[in-house]
Design a protein around this ligand. Structure first.
Ligand code: TRP
Length: 331
């Protein structure tokens, strides 16, 4: 029997954080042998907010190298850059005609980003979910591993697929979101009610995968805690609980073990230990990313063969769509 198809993508804008690593990348690595996986670098989504072109190009390669360094295996899955597969834009155009303006205006992310970038509410920003639906539907995807913030987008992809299938006949597989385990969510170091985010304006709120050891330790030292000094996991101790979760994930110790380890010790010792554990875990990934970035020929080769593989599947789906909607494709 054919493997189920899993599809996900990441934008090459902003620096990835340990939240992305724990919530997304490490899951992909775990799932890549069980599914037929596609992982895209969604650079076409990135330009819906202003980007510095040279930086966008550089980050695209950095993200690719990072995913490889984290253990994404290009033999097992298709790792590619979205703009190198033209069918994404082509399918998005067709899907636009079965998507309503009203439903796009109601999307949470569109509303948030419109507020944040009030001087640049462009058509692409509103159309973002349709392009994302095209990404997903082109590969006849079963599962889409995403964070909670992207769930609404996967639901739109489902709605659009169902609508298209009803209007034109069975064409798309209807995808489902695969939400990460809630236990593994990493919160901001400065406002522990908020998720750690790569776009947080306060750089001290997030640990970036590119941060060096000194930076990591400094950020953990400054992390917001509380006026007690007890390393204990509790709802009213959000900051400390977040640090316990992080330490527990990166050292694979249980919460109880962590509490025991730091019983009677102050926050200073604990924060230093968290910083060291995270820095030590990231060091080999950073070294491997650096090595890959120095080997452009290899990276370009991986992305070229990824794009070629993606193209073959995408072309098949788009051909079917064009036939269904009545586009002339030569006789
Ligand atoms: N919008 C996603 C994000 O910002 C990235 C993305 C683009 C994506 N296309 C996708 C995720 C398709 C899953 C499937 O995180």
């Amino acid at each position: 029997m054919e493997n189920k198809v899993m599809y996900s993508a990441v934008q090459p804008s902003g620096n990835l954080t340990i939240g992305n690593y724990v919530g997304a990348i490490s899951n992909w690595v775990r799932l890549q042998s069980e599914y037929d996986c596609y992982f895209a670098i969604a650079n076409m989504h990135s330009i819906t907010v202003r980007q510095e072109p040279a930086e966008l190009r550089r980050r695209t390669l950095e993200v690719a190298a990072l995913y490889l360094a984290c253990g994404i295996d290009p033999e097992k899955c298709t790792l590619y850059v979205q703009s190198q597969v033209p069918q994404h834009a082509e399918l998005a155009w067709v899907l636009n005609t079965v998507t309503y303006v009203g439903e796009m205006q109601r999307m949470t992310q569109f509303k948030d980003k419109s507020q944040k970038h009030a001087d640049n509410i462009n058509m692409g920003l509103m159309d973002y979910p349709v392009l994302m639906a095209a990404d997903i539907l082109l590969y006849q995807t079963d599962l889409v591993p995403v964070g909670l913030d992207q769930k609404q987008h996967v639901e739109i992809a489902r709605d659009v697929a169902i609508r298209f299938n009803n209007r034109y006949g069975e064409t798309f597989r209807v995808p489902e979101a695969l939400l990460g385990k809630t236990g593994a969510k990493i919160m901001s170091l400065q406002e522990p009610d908020k998720k750690m985010s790569k776009s947080d304006e306060n750089v001290n709120a997030s640990i970036y995968l590119a941060d060096d050891k000194d930076t990591i330790i400094r950020k953990f030292k400054r992390a917001v805690t509380d006026s007690e000094s007890e390393v204990r996991f509790a709802a009213e101790k959000k900051g400390v609980s977040n640090l316990i979760s992080i330490y527990s994930i990166f050292t694979k110790k249980s919460v109880e073990e962590v509490e025991r380890e730091f019983a009677g010790k102050g926050y200073g010792d604990f924060k230093l230990a968290v910083g060291e554990a995270v820095a030590d875990a990231l060091a080999p990934v950073q070294a491997e990313q650096k090595r890959l970035l120095a080997d452009k020929a290899y990276l370009n080769g991986v992305l070229a063969s990824g794009a070629e593989r993606a193209f073959k599947t995408a072309r098949r789906t788009l051909g079917k769509v064009y036939r269904k909607v009545g586009f002339y494709q030569g006789e």
